[in-house]
Design a binder for this molecule. Structure first.
Ligand code: SF4
Ligand code: NI
Ligand code: NI
Length: 719
């Protein structure tokens, strides 16, 4: 039978299965019983994105069946969703996907070793990495490779090319996750390998993950199916790999995936499909050679890859950036509480630097096992275009550079680093000098414009480390002082950041000395240096010009810039207000600041806080309405440090408005908060900010604030 017949018959079966499961659930639990996935603000995301349906209860879900039936009968949905190409193949596939998502929500239990539904927070962090290029693409891999060695080969190939693999099995059969586990490959998001589920149905998790990018970053609304599909086709660099035997369910689900614009690469013969009219690439590609399948995928989807080959004995790729080196596998560690360690980078004159020289002063790592050693990483760079302002930015790269080596873990910065090298890496021949090799090669590769020469010294004798650290510490301090002393008034230029536009096309961050980028990664000095390093890049200077609203923080030039760069969707932005034309958010904010009308104040919640807030919403639920490059008065996405800025919602009264924040966030900011409170002459204010340990509901919060006489209660009404 041809593809169309298979897809039409199988999708009918899948829809019938979903209907049966739904009827059962209606009887067992009733129509008002709630239905949905943990950790999303988008209901059943695929159904929501494509049809606009907000399924909250089992009763709501009957509309899904109705929608599927319409598609199967060749009729368009209420919002116009319908494909007129390929004789209905895509409509059948889509109906199957919509029903599969419902089936997942109704019947799936969490399975050991599989992630299942991908929560919005994971989506956000992956989104950030897609934006900055740490992730080049997403491979959805279905089935089982022909042997374990092939499975490992494919996965390592994707890891090395910075592609995240989402794994989906075949019900009842061995799958690629089993193969990788047997081969001892470490799985998990940090390793770019995420098993979603053991059966075909779990491909719905991959799909509803992809469409949420359109909702989260693309500013698409539920039901805007054309915009959503345009987004997934053009901005989500995903593709599907089908390994092993094809069955009807895979073929049918695959047809739906094609509808979303993702090509399918498989290692078995398949019918010709040709090009999907809306996409630029072949829809179905057959590649039986396991040595070529990875590159074939990349070509087919048109993913741009930058691979770095370094003369070191371990693999090197962003895929290894998040990898942990565990105690059992530890060769040696440096820093943290185990030994003194630091890293430091500075410009020297051209004569002082011998490019490529790497010097190890003191014993190498051969002698120790499972223990700590002192470490100083001292990097000298030289360039005709040297500039002291670049030093901290270059120094901060060491973290990523070393982490990207397989078997090397690096955390922190400056004199607060913690570095581990695994036994495996050591056995492959990794030694300290390779730190130098990596830093030298990577600085040349990424910062050629401002780095002509690099030399690295690695110290492991305690006396050398202590002495060098003394010199470095003075410089760290001087660097901090510079930004601390700066105010928005003291500069005439702010910087824009458009890095997130590849994901959120209407979003632009404005970065000022007193308000950093909302992802927390770019301060004004960073943006300035980035502009000087790459004048045509994502960070552009904007001369403030005439100030229109000193209190709100609005300038004519800034407004004009935003209007133009937001595709004319945002006419004005207040840098210091939560309520009047606040900044838009792309989706990668560290914190959300939200109005709490009952308390006449605001609360702040950070991404890592998974619990409930007094507004009755989690971070994830709130994040759903803040992102996408739109302004949402009453909500802003911000970088953590902005909370302690003098310009923190100063239009609304500033820090004294803050009534609630998670305890961990408060602890992380404690020193800065204390300093700021002193400045405000509110020395005990920090104790008046509630957290989850003393207020989980609005009622508890109000009680707490009253008992503490929180200043927000006596401030002018916010609304
Ligand atoms: Fe994205 Fe803003 Fe961070 Fe730039 S500063 S990377 S636009 S969040
Ligand atoms: Ni690593
Ligand atoms: Ni962003």
């Amino acid at each position: 039978p041809d593809l169309n017949t298979i897809a039409s018959e199988t999708s009918k079966k899948i829809v019938a299965m979903a209907q049966e499961a739904l009827e059962k659930a209606l009887v067992a639990k009733g129509g008002s019983f709630s239905l949905g996935f943990e950790g999303t603000a988008f209901f059943l995301p695929l159904n929501f994105a494509l049809t606009g349906l907000e399924v909250k209860t089992i009763g709501d879900a009957s509309q899904i069946i109705e929608n599927c039936r319409r598609l199967l009968e060749g009729r368009s949905l209420a919002n116009g969703l319908f494909f007129s190409c390929l004789d209905g193949l895509l409509n059948h596939g889509l109906a199957a996907l919509l029903a599969e998502e419902l089936l997942c929500a109704l019947t799936h239990e969490p399975k050991e070793g599989y992630l299942g539904f991908v929560p919005d927070t994971v989506l956000r962090s992956l989104g950030v990495q897609l934006v900055d290029g740490r992730i080049a693409g997403i491979a959805v891999i279905l089935g089982c490779a022909k042997d374990d060695a092939s499975a490992v080969k494919i996965i390592r190939g994707f890891q090395e090319k910075n592609i995240v693999s989402l794994l989906v099995g075949n019900a009842g059969a061995r799958n690629i996750r089993d193969q990788l586990t047997d081969a001892g490959v470490e799985l998990g998001l940090d390793n770019y390998i995420v098993p979603l589920g053991p059966d075909e149905l779990s491909s719905a998790y991959a799909v509803n993950f992809a469409v949420r990018a359109a909702l989260t970053f693309g500013g698409c609304k539920g039901g805007q199916w054309k915009q959503v599909l345009e987004y997934t086709q053009n901005r989500v660099p995903a593709f599907v790999v089908v390994l092993g035997k094809l069955d009807e369910v895979i073929v049918t689900t695959g047809a739906g995936v094609l509808g979303l614009g993702f090509p399918i690469i498989m290692d078995a013969d398949a019918a010709e499909v040709g090009k999907i009219p809306t996409t630029k690439y072949e829809a179905l590609v057959v590649e039986k050679d396991m040595d070529r399948i990875v590159s074939r995928c990349i070509e087919t989807r048109g993913i741009k890859i930058q691979v770095t080959h370094l003369p070191i004995p371990v693999l090197y790729s962003p895929a290894f950036e998040g990898e942990r080196v565990r105690k059992e596998n530890l060769k040696v560690e440096f820093g943290s509480k185990y030994s003194s360690a630091f890293e430091y980078l500075a410009y020297r004159s051209m004569e002082e630097v011998a490019d490529g020289r790497v010097e190890v002063m003191g014993p190498d790592i051969d002698a120790v096992t499972g223990k700590a050693m002192p470490l100083g990483i001292w990097v000298d760079v030289a360039a005709r275009q040297a500039n002291k302002d670049f030093e901290p930015i270059l120094e901060r790269q060491i973290h990523r550079y070393l982490n990207e080596a397989q078997g090397v873990m690096h955390m922190g910065q400056r004199d607060m680093i913690w570095v581990r090298i695994s036994r495996e890496a050591f056995e492959k021949g990794f030694r300290l000098k390779h730190f130098g090799t990596i830093i030298h090669a990577m600085l040349h590769k990424e910062f050629g414009a401002i780095v002509d020469k690099v030399q690295v010294r690695l110290m492991t004798r305690q006396e050398d480390v202590a002495q060098a650290l003394k010199a470095a510490a003075g410089v760290y301090e001087a660097r901090d002082e510079r930004l601390r002393g700066m105010t928005d008034e003291s500069v005439d230029t702010f910087y824009s950041c458009a890095l997130c536009q590849s994901f959120a096309p209407n979003h632009i961050c404005i970065i000022t000395p007193e308000r950093l980028g909302l992802c927390g990664a770019y301060s004004w000095l960073d943006a300035k240096a980035a502009y000087e390093i790459q004048p045509t890049g994502g960070n552009q200077p904007i001369v403030k010009g005439v100030c229109l609203e000193p209190n709100l923080g609005q300038w004519r030039n800034i407004n004009e810039f935003i209007l133009e760069k937001s595709n004319r969707t945002i006419p004005e932005v207040s840098m210091y207000s939560l309520l009047v034309s606040p900044q838009s958010s792309c989706g990668c904010f560290e914190c959300i600041v939200a109005l709490v009308p009952e308390a006449n104040g605001v609360m702040a919640v950070n991404r890592d806080y998974a619990g409930m807030t007094p507004l009755g919403m989690t971070f994830t639920q709130m994040a759903g309405s803040v992102g996408g490059g739109i302004q949402t008065p009453g909500f802003i996405g911000v970088g953590k440090l902005y909370l302690t800025s003098r310009k923190f919602i100063s239009a609304e009264g500033g820090l004294p408005r803050l009534v609630w924040m998670p305890r961990d966030l408060k602890e992380a900011l404690r020193n800065r908060l204390v300093e700021r409170c002193r400045e405000l002459d509110l020395p005990d204010f920090i104790e008046k900010i509630a957290d989850e340990t003393n207020a989980q509901t609005i009622e508890e919060l109000l009680e707490f604030l009253k008992a503490k006489a929180h200043p927000a209660l006596d401030m002018p009404p916010l609304l």
